[in-house]
Design a protein around this ligand. Structure first.
Ligand code: NAG
Length: 305
């Protein structure tokens, strides 16, 4: 069963029709349009309008992976796929509603350094897969990238610390920093856990990305894998030396991903009351403060197993 799920999702993943521009080492640049077709824009509703709030990655026909800290109970979200230039209607955009939001049960906004900063979003229906929308590959369980492995962060995040948001999708080369280096006391120290992956952290590292978006790494098979979900950066400046960008390491969460796909709780054809829903403690705390916001059934975490 587990193997089957992985196989289904591995079909045609990580092979963009428009190859990304990887020829140059630069400090962030506009991405080639639609060369990261799994990149999505997670948008939150304010009044009658939606605003970009986080990045995310299409990892299955109806599944998007983003960061746990991107999700607030009660907020209404949508996903835009096939996006490149935020201010232009390019005709490639596909908008989907979110049917289910599954935040990792151990994610806690008050303890970011504990990790588990992940959320899975189930779309109301699959987007049409074409040259501007496709899925990224998921890494093997437990896979660890070597120090210096060339990966790319993508997103519409700030161009520089507290800078403006770019209209066009940005990409920046971020070489992986291995855990033994990233956890040195003058780097991130004990803040960074082995379930995280560090990349960047010197002058060539960029700020160009945003929360919830992918760390894209080319596999030996020539496919692009999402190895990380952007979690946090230094609060001082985003390209501080020895403070690489920290990602949730996807290869540490393969089991949770498979469990969530197969969880009957996340299958909208089954009545929800068959399975007990559990909120994480931090969500319960937040719900106490904003009780009205938590009455929505669209928000719950998967039961801790
Ligand atoms: C992909 O599908 C969408 C939705 O049908 C469409 O708008 C778009 O033109 C298609 N092609 C490309 C290259 O995006």
């Amino acid at each position: 069963m587990l193997k089957m799920t992985l196989l289904v999702f591995a079909v045609c993943c990580g092979t963009p029709a428009v190859p990304p521009n990887t020829g140059r080492i630069v400090n962030g640049e506009d991405a080639r349009p639609h060369s990261w077709p799994w990149q999505i824009s997670l948008q939150v509703k304010h009044g009658s309008r939606y605003h970009h709030t986080c990045g995310g990655t299409l990892i299955g026909p109806r599944w998007v992976l983003t960061a746990g800290h991107c999700i607030w109970p009660g907020d209404v979200y949508r996903v835009v796929l096939g996006e490149h230039d935020m201010i232009q209607q390019e005709g490639t955009e596909q908008i989907r509603d979110i049917l289910r939001i599954v935040v990792h049960p151990n994610w806690d906004i008050d303890h970011v350094a504990d990790g588990n900063d992940l959320a899975l979003l189930k779309l109301d229906k699959s987007p049409i897969m074409n040259d501007s929308v496709g899925v990224a590959c998921l890494p093997q369980a437990g896979e660890i990238l070597s120090h210096g492995a060339p990966c790319y962060i993508t997103g519409w995040g700030n161009l520089y610390t507290h800078g403006p948001m770019p209209d066009k999708l940005q990409q920046a080369l971020l070489p992986v920093v291995e855990h033994s280096v990233c956890s040195r006391s003058d780097w991130w120290g004990i803040t960074v856990k082995s379930t995280m992956i560090c990349a960047g952290g010197d002058v060539v590292s960029g700020c160009n990305g945003d929360s919830g978006g992918p760390l894209n790494c080319l596999g030996q098979d020539g496919r692009w894998y999402i190895q990380g979900v952007t979690s946090f950066v230094s609060s001082r400046v985003c390209n501080e030396v020895k403070k690489p960008t920290v990602f949730t390491r996807i290869s540490a969460f393969t089991e949770w991903l498979i469990m969530s796909y197969n969880n009957p709780l996340n299958d909208h054809s089954k009545p929800l009351r068959q399975t007990k829903m559990t909120f994480s403690t931090s969500v319960q705390e937040r719900c106490k403060k904003t009780a009205a916001l938590c009455s929505t059934t669209s928000y719950f975490t998967s039961p801790a197993v």
